[in-house]
Design a protein around this ligand. Structure first.
Ligand SMILES: Nc1ncnc2c1ncn2[C@@H]1O[C@H](COP(=O)(O)OP(=O)(O)OP(=O)(O)O)[C@@H](O)[C@H]1O
Length: 254
């Protein structure tokens, strides 16, 4: 992996839905390899649309998307706000499925899936069914399922928005640790200024009608972010800056 070089670049990307809504316009964005990028903006500014275009789940109506050589859509993992697990299958089966679909033998896929379940703190839950798990645990399964194929790009669409604050903080910490250990590239959609500053290296603030990029801000933080960073004056100051940027983006749109 060539850390810092663009993994995927969007140039002049626009999306108009059949309804006539211009969800995105003039999006220029380069996602660097190994980066943790947050897309922050109010409801309706096109964050999900942008993520779906990066995943190849939706086509842009204008503009171009370029992937670094050797990378492609097959290298994308997606985590949705809803964990979207198969209710009739065990946790282990849910996580082995993408590997088996990629042609891996069952035994090897199960070993690999068990390893990722342990990494998201779900060792011992392999044979549980999704209904027996809490919301946070289901989200952990969803993250393991997205990472088990070792994608170069992990896209997360407000993954923790439906969880209580304590669970969200824990998942934030654990996702950061995985990212610090593995350095896959992340694009993380959120409404939360606090979450974006805690997690991201770079925050792209979006504005609505039409969805566009209002500002891009770098976050400065210690190499290992933890509870100390979350309660620091430095964190509070950056949250204030990002909050102002978001208000300005929304004000300009109003
Ligand atoms: N399939 C669709 N058909 C028509 N319009 C759509 C479709 N999906 C999204 N839109 C519209 O495009 C705009 C951007 O939606 P999108 O879901 O990308 O925004 P968002 O920033 O992710 O919002 P939220 O935070 O509420 O999920 C909105 O006006 C939305 O109504």
């Amino acid at each position: 992996m060539n850390l810092g070089a663009p993994l995927v670049s969007l140039r002049g990307v626009a999306k108009r839905y059949a309804t006539g809504t211009l969800a995105l316009d003039g999006i220029d964005l380069a996602v660097r390899q190994g980066d943790f990028l947050a897309l922050l903006g109010p409801s309706g500014c096109g964050k999900s649309t942008l993520l779906r275009i990066m995943a190849g789940l939706a086509a842009p109506s204008a503009g171009a998307i370029d992937w670094a050589a050797g990378e492609g859509r097959g290298d994308v993992g997606f985590v949705f706000q809803e964990p979207t697990l198969m209710p009739w299958a065990t946790v282990l089966r849910n996580v082995t499925l993408p590997l088996e679909l990629a042609g891996m033998k069952r035994a090897e896929a199960e070993d690999r899936a068990a390893e990722w379940l342990a990494r998201v703190e779900l060792g011992g839950f392999e044979h549980a069914y999704p209904r027996a798990l809490s919301g946070g645990m289901k989200m952990r399964v969803s993250i393991a399922r997205a990472l088990v194929t070792r994608p170069r790009l992990l896209l997360l669409d407000e993954p923790f928005a439906a969880l209580d604050e304590i669970t969200r903080f824990r998942l934030n910490n654990d996702l950061l640790k995985l990212w610090q250990d593995e350095r896959f590239t992340v694009v993380f959609v959120t409404h939360s200024v606090f979450e974006s500053v805690f997690l991201a290296e770079r925050i792209v603030v979006m504005a609505p009608r039409p969805g566009r990029i209002a500002q891009s801000l770098e976050v400065t933080a210690p190499a290992r972010r933890g509870e100390e960073f979350r309660t620091s004056a430095e964190y509070a100051a950056q949250c204030r800056t990002v909050s102002h940027a978001l208000s300005a983006a929304m004000g300009a749109a109003a």
